[in-house]
Design a protein around this ligand. Structure first.
Ligand code: ZN
Length: 236
């Protein structure tokens, strides 16, 4: 077991850890945004339900106005009944009264029906209020959790970077530039282990000659994908 392989393996694991911490840092705001958008959707649904209640109440208000205006009309017509100058006129007025009473009976039924709809719509409003509040709290909780974790994640990144700088001393000067380019391009994928005879990044077989070089502790890049290789069975 070469010390180079163990050192490269350790370096690879540090890069993987850095990648993992960076992912958590990126994922946090995405989750918060997702939860906030969900809360906004619940608010929109609440507004729609509230609008529905408002519309139904307006309809009830209008029908109540019609009802009262018909009642006034009926009262007025009843007064005219006594002063009817003929049977014909009496019958006409009576017919009008009956028509208005019928209209009011229909209006009353419609109002009752609307009141039931309002009850149902108000129940729905309440359920959206609850859903909206829960979604808001959820978003707030996620944001607070992330805020609390952020500092330790930042610290972990600094730790990883310091450990990486330390571990990278294993990389000789003549390949530092090439390795830095690999890190820029692939991040934690700059290194790849060799499992059995294959590069774990691209699954291409490593030539026997290169495996001999790897085993003797030389730095070898995969000829297929360019990653810096190390033997997987290296011990830390
Ligand atoms: Zn490869």
């Amino acid at each position: 077991m070469s010390t180079t392989a163990a050192g490269l393996k350790a370096l690879h694991h540090l890069y993987l850890r850095l990648h993992e911490v960076n992912e958590k840092l990126e994922l946090g705001p995405k989750r918060i945004k997702f939860k906030e958008q969900f809360a906004l959707q619940q608010e929109d649904k609440l507004k729609t339900a509230q609008e529905q209640v408002t519309q139904l109440k307006k309809q009830v208000q209008q029908k109540n106005l019609d009802l009262h205006s018909n009642e006034a009309k009926i009262l007025n017509l009843k007064g005219k009944l006594n002063t009817a100058s003929s049977n014909k006129e009496f019958d006409i007025i009576k017919g009008q009264i009956e028509a208005d009473q019928m209209a009011n009976s229909v209006l009353e039924d419609e109002i009752l029906e609307l009141m039931e709809k309002i009850d149902a719509a108000e129940t729905e409003v309440q359920s959206w209020v609850t859903k909206k509040d829960t979604a808001r709290e959820d978003a707030k909780k996620i944001a607070q959790e992330f805020e609390a974790a952020r500092n330790s994640l930042d610290e972990e990144i600094q730790e990883c970077k310091a450990a990486i700088a330390d571990a990278e001393r294993i990389i000789p000067d003549n390949i530092k530039v090439q390795f830095a380019r690999l890190v820029r391009g692939h991040g934690s994928g700059a290194l790849a282990s060799v499992e059995g005879k294959f590069c774990s990044a691209c699954n291409v077989m490593i030539e026997p000659q290169l495996r001999v070089e790897l085993n003797s502790g030389r730095l070898v890049f995969c000829k297929s994908c360019g990653r810096l290789l190390y033997m997987e069975d290296a011990q830390d």
